[in-house]
Design a protein around this ligand. Structure first.
Ligand SMILES: O=P(O)(O)OC[C@H]1O[C@](O)(CO)[C@@H](O)[C@@H]1O
Length: 401
């Protein structure tokens, strides 16, 4: 699937792959995924069939060549045989390693294959989320407790301070994602290298309130502030309604599905204090239809958002704002390429027909919308700033090309 770079007159930029041991994406397959396999094997009492399939998948991704989905009942039940046959046509049967193909494609296909290996689509393990135990730990864990308690501090704040707090909490929530727990020494604190939050609030305050879309990322620690942001926008009259886009299947370890949103809402309504009050309002917004959850299949496809189906493009066009959360959504939004860092965010998102904001902790090589000087200072002071999760951006544009 080609990106819109050519048609927009943008510079050609190299597509990210996981082929080069000197680049971050390589470590995802060679360092992070082996830990993920170990975590999945220990989290659930899979039998020999699943354990063997997981082992074979791990070997294939490390030393083998890219194989198509296994035909059979499991694939039939998954219902995506035609799609993956088409999506894999440029790569399957050509002796390519996993690391030879675009990273966005291979990482997405990796999660699809992992689901098959665990029997997610058919048989007794059908519907069992291989990442469920990790998500449950996150939801029951201290980070969510801290977020719920911290929400109480909004009480003493001015309206502008509250706006700022709820938006910035969404960035901190992205830093806390479970994927990051797979690397030793998880990052602490986040440094904003672009902060367009004032422009976001000015936009929301000036526009007639309408629907806001939120393209969610991780469950638990991240989805909590995301849903509290939605609640805040509706309660303060900046939005009349919201659509929250979730994943239809387990994906990228901790990405939120409807069941994760429900589990979080149940925890939120039971919380004491202000957070519980907000949770109960939010529950009401769900039941009266102001907040809707959607989980389109596209969100587990291996493509950037240039390939959005028409109904999602239309939903972005009719919204006052669409918020994209997290690193993967950022890669899919701007294109998973080594863009020059000075490439304007607005140029790369101009293919979408509505105002767009990205709230993203930097966890991969892609970085845009910076000045040369800022990037040089980051390169000098923190050489791993692009992917270590200590830096973040809040980027916004209402400019359409
Ligand atoms: O949860 P987030 O913020 O989308 O982060 C996901 C990121 O984690 C990785 O899967 C592995 O680091 C990246 O490739 C990906 O972009």
């Amino acid at each position: 699937m080609s990106l819109a770079a050519d048609s927009l007159g943008l510079p050609e930029a190299r597509v990210v792959t996981a082929a080069d041991p000197a680049e971050f994406a390589y470590t995802v397959f060679h360092d992070r995924h082996p830990r993920l396999f170990a975590q999945v094997r220990h989290a659930l009492p899979y039998g020999p069939a699943q354990l063997d399939a997981l082992h074979r998948l791990e070997e294939e991704t490390l030393t083998g060549t890219l194989q198509p989905l296994d035909p059979g009942a499991e694939l039939a039940a998954a219902g995506d045989r035609a799609e993956w046959t088409e999506w894999g046509a440029p790569y399957f049967g050509r002796g390519l390693r996993w690391t030879d193909v675009p990273f966005l494609w291979s990482e997405s296909y990796f999660y699809r294959r992992l689901l098959s290996a665990t029997g997610y689509f058919a048989g007794p393990w059908r519907g069992v989320d291989p990442f469920g135990p990790m998500k449950a730990d996150g939801l029951a864990g201290a980070a969510v407790d801290r977020e719920l308690a911290a929400y109480g501090a909004l009480d003493g704040m001015s309206a502008a301070e509250r706006d700022s707090a709820v938006l910035h909490a969404c960035v901190a929530g992205n830093q806390a994602d479970l994927g990051f727990q797979l690397i030793a020494g998880a990052p602490v604190g986040v440094s904003l290298i672009v902060d367009d939050s004032a422009a976001i609030w000015a936009h929301l305050n000036e526009r007639e309130p309408g629907r806001v879309n939120l393209v969610a990322d991780n469950a638990a620690e991240e989805l909590l502030p995301d849903l509290l942001l939605i609640e805040h926008l509706i309660t303060t009259g900046r939005a009349t309604s919201a659509t929250v886009y979730l994943k239809p299947r387990p994906y990228y370890v901790s990405d939120a599905m409807t069941q994760d949103a429900v589990a979080l809402l149940r925890r939120l309504v039971a919380a004491p204090g202000l957070a519980g009050d907000a949770g109960r309002r939010l529950w009401g917004y769900c039941t009266d239809g102001r907040v809707r959850f959607e989980a389109p299949a596209f969100f587990c496809s291996p493509f950037g958002f240039h390939a959005f189906p028409p109904e999602i493009v239309a939903a972005i066009g009719s919204a006052t704002l669409t918020v994209f959360k997290g690193d993967l959504n950022y890669r899919r939004l701007v294109g998973d390429r080594f863009w020059p860092v000075t490439t304007p965010f607005a140029d790369l998102t101009g293919y979408l027909p509505g105002p767009v904001a990205a709230l993203r902790t930097c966890k991969s090589e892609v970085a845009v919308g910076l000045t040369e000087a800022a990037a040089a200072a980051l390169d000098a002071g923190s050489p791993d700033w692009r992917f270590a999760g200590r830096h973040a951006v809040i980027q916004f544009t209402e400019v359409r090309r």
